[in-house]
Design a protein around this ligand. Sequence first.
Ligand code: COA
Length: 176
Amino acid sequence: MNFSGPSRPVRTVAESQSEMTELILPNDTNTLNNLLGGRLMHFIDLVGAMAAYRHARTHVVTASMDHIDFIAPVHVGDLLILKSSLNRAFNTSMEVGVKVWVENTIAGTHRHVASAYLTFVAVDSQGRRVPVPCLEPENEEQKRRYEDAGRRREQRQKELAHKRSAKAELAAQGRV
Ligand SMILES: CC(C)(COP(=O)(O)OP(=O)(O)OC[C@H]1O[C@@H](n2cnc3c(N)ncnc32)[C@H](O)[C@@H]1OP(=O)(O)O)[C@@H](O)C(=O)NCCC(=O)NCCS
């Protein structure tokens, strides 16, 4: 489905940039008092969705979260700072980049702990896919992210096509 056309509004990256800060409490942690990876992924999904909502101004669903590395542990009492911004808008989907830092409130230090790319798809209240506004990158950094997002989309599409054809083959053999 291709929704390209003159009627799509254009928005800037700044219009949807989002930030969220969380105080890490014992309920968020594992037996070593470090933040659970799944809880961090939940926060990443939320802050990513905020940027996608602000850009699309409609409902969004998470289509995928790319590979994620947990670079350093986050401890009870730390502040988790998450920032998200639109890298690129396609037809009904958008790539959002999320970067996460931890602030040690006692030492006053900041450390990068994780980054991720997520794809959100815009849908209406019936769950039908809808076109998203175009994204206008305004500076060199935003233009680089825009180009990189295009390359990552090509890679994702190849992987998706490969998975779908493998699944279709298994179905044809009656194995799923
Ligand atoms: C995401 C979803 C809407 C895609 O629907 P689909 O029928 O597979 O749609 P298509 O293959 O036609 O792709 C539609 C768009 O989604 C993108 N997309 C689909 N699967 C994707 C994936 N795994 N990763 C990234 N993008 C994806 C396509 O590139 C396309 O983008 P475009 O419109 O900008 O060109 C559908 O799979 C869905 O509803 N998933 C569940 C979402 C959800 O509930 N998320 C919460 C987590 S449980």
